[in-house]
Design a binder for this molecule. Structure first.
Ligand SMILES: [Zn+2]
Ligand SMILES: [Zn+2]
Length: 78
């Protein structure tokens, strides 16, 4: 089997894109407040998913839309 330099190059670029995409997804799924823990709490009534459980317990207004939080729901992403 013959693998050209271009095939290798394409493979490397695809891999790099995948890593970048994973990185982007991971940061997009991180708590908007502490930026460490992945978000896992859904705010009610606005239904924004933007914060970890710990930060949510200290929050009175949603980080995304600033609506008053009347309740929270623990969600499981995976
Ligand atoms: Zn947090
Ligand atoms: Zn909101």
């Amino acid at each position: 089997m013959f693998i050209s330099y271009h095939d290798i190059l394409r493979y490397v670029i695809d891999k790099a894109k995948l890593v970048q995409e994973n990185e982007r997804l991971r940061s997009a799924m991180t708590c908007k407040k502490c930026k460490i823990t992945s978000f896992e709490t859904l705010f009610l009534p606005c239904r924004h998913l933007a914060s970890c459980e710990k930060c949510a317990s200290n929050m009175e207004n949603c980080v995304t839309c600033n609506e008053e939080i009347l309740g929270t729901v623990r969600v499981y992403v995976m």
